[in-house]
Design a protein around this ligand. Sequence first.
Ligand SMILES: N[C@@H](CCC(=O)N[C@@H](CS)C(=O)NCC(=O)O)C(=O)O
Length: 206
Amino acid sequence: MQRQLIIGDKIFSSWSLRPWLALVKSGLPFEEILIRIHRPESVENIKKYSPAGKVPVLIEEGVAIWDSLAIIECLAEQAPSLWPADRLQRAFARSLAAEMHSGFAALRSTMSMNVCASGVQVEAGADVQRDIERIQSIWTDCRARFGAGGPWLFGTFTAVDAMFAPVVTRFRTYNVSVSPVVQAYMDTVWNDPAMQRWVADAQAEQ
Ligand SMILES: N[C@@H](CCC(=O)N[C@@H](CS)C(=O)NCC(=O)O)C(=O)O
């Protein structure tokens, strides 16, 4: 296989979920290699594929590409529908993907991903609430402005949906209360067959 994706445990590895979902939804063929993370030997095992020592890593024709956004850009060159077709929508979509990639630290550290858990209670401080409100406003705005052609943020599935997919699982796990529009979008992500495949694999890891 000329394309491999190295990922971490499906239950926990939020960064791995993003390119995995983009790859499955794009229909590009790939082989998946799973490395258990958060173990003493994890970094050494990942470094066999990428000197950065973190998953995800894409091996494309023998070349290692790491970091989720770089991987998604590489995939989008071969599956252009991963970004909106319109130039300005595409730029806007890239802004959202970048905001997700570099931001929401409070949410990510307080509500870590566990796709198999639900009804978990945590102390969500003001910084977490701010992250939750910002994400809900992004999803609501995208659905209203760009969502006419389908149930995803830009109508059809794009890299932005892949970037936010782990947040959907976090909102479910930690029972975050959301508006009906946001709930409908979360249902789209969660019920997608590719997402359900990831969740089933995660359950099998336990
Ligand atoms: N900015 C990186 C973050 C990657 C990252 O933090 N990966 C974590 C797992 S989700 C990792 O590989 N950790 C290694 C370990 O903890 O063993 C990306 O977007 O890919």
